[in-house]
Design a protein around this ligand. Structure first.
Ligand code: SF4
Ligand code: SF4
Length: 272
């Protein structure tokens, strides 16, 4: 099978670094001659927050969304599985959500679709914990958006595209990836991989794991937090990243009630 002609990925590769105060020239919309050309023959990696937004938009369970629209790739540079949007082969390998009028899930489109033509790299300082970031322009040959006269500040583009929540969630995900690639972790076995998939990509199953297992008897969790993760999927995902740091890397992100409740004693139930 030929490779996709271009990639959209939340992970950075760098050209010239831009700050939020730098500018670039770009415009996209039905007026450009290449409108929706970039929504095909595409490798589109979906982050956990992308999946959450899309499955909610479509009124699907996480499992149904993943089965219908994604392929899981197990071999990745960061060591965790990636979910990749499954292109519609009968429609010329186009994204399943592209229409003649544009993106049919526009308000909930993935972060990589929003931020294009920019990419973002973000790191947390290992000592003081402060976060730094930079941006870069991803110039694809077929994209005529760069010929348009409109100038943007990077900060204006991020706001216009609604990137704030996506960046925040992706930073939390990156912290797990960095743990793994720094080699401070235990080797990830099948069970760890299943824990990652459940917590990051399967809202319903992770919520059941918390509320229908001894989980809440084993951890001290603030009551406000418990009530928020019961009803709020985004809060649940933030908690998932916190739990994974504890369960996979033994980071003290959660407070355990009993001496026996070690990460190894707090496994999720096997998948049905
Ligand atoms: S190729 Fe560029 S200008 Fe054309 S639709 Fe895609 S992002 Fe917009
Ligand atoms: S999700 Fe929307 S913007 Fe992204 S590739 Fe698909 S149709 Fe295009």
């Amino acid at each position: 099978m030929p490779e996709p002609t271009h990639k959209r990925t939340p992970l950075a590769n760098t050209t010239k670094r831009l700050t939020r105060d730098d500018s670039f020239r770009f415009a996209c919309g039905p007026h450009v001659p290449c409108f929706t050309e970039c929504c095909g023959k595409l490798e589109l990696i979906l982050t956990p927050y992308d999946v959450l937004r899309l499955k909610t938009r479509l009124g699907l369970s996480s499992g149904d969304f993943i089965d219908e629209y994604t392929t899981m790739r197990m071999r990745t540079a960061h060591g965790f599985p990636d979910l990749v949007m499954r292109m519609d082969h009968e429609a010329g390998k186009r994204c399943p959500f592209v229409t003649a009028g544009g993106c049919s899930v526009y308000e909930d489109r993935p972060g990589a679709c929003r931020i294009y033509p920019l990419g973002r790299a973000s790191t947390r300082h290992p000592l003081h914990g402060g976060r730094s970031e930079f941006y870069f322009v991803v110039r694809e040959d077929h994209c005529k958006g760069f010929e348009q006269p409109k100038e943007w500040l990077v900060s204006e583009w991020l706001e216009d595209q609604g990137m704030e929540d996506y960046n925040r969630m992706n930073d939390l995900l990156m912290e797990l990836y960095v743990h793994r690639t720094r080699g401070r972790s235990v080797a990830l076995g099948q069970q760890h991989v299943q824990m990652f998939i459940m917590a990051c990509y399967n809202t319903e199953r992770f919520r059941s794991f918390i509320f229908e297992s001894p989980f809440l008897r084993k951890f001290h969790l603030d009551l406000t937090l418990v009530e928020s993760i019961r009803v709020d999927d985004a809060k649940l995902l933030e908690f998932a990243f916190q739990w994974l740091k504890f369960a996979l890397f033994q980071e003290p992100t959660l407070k355990v009630r009993g001496a026996d409740a070690t990460p190894n004693g707090l496994r999720p139930p096997p998948e049905q």
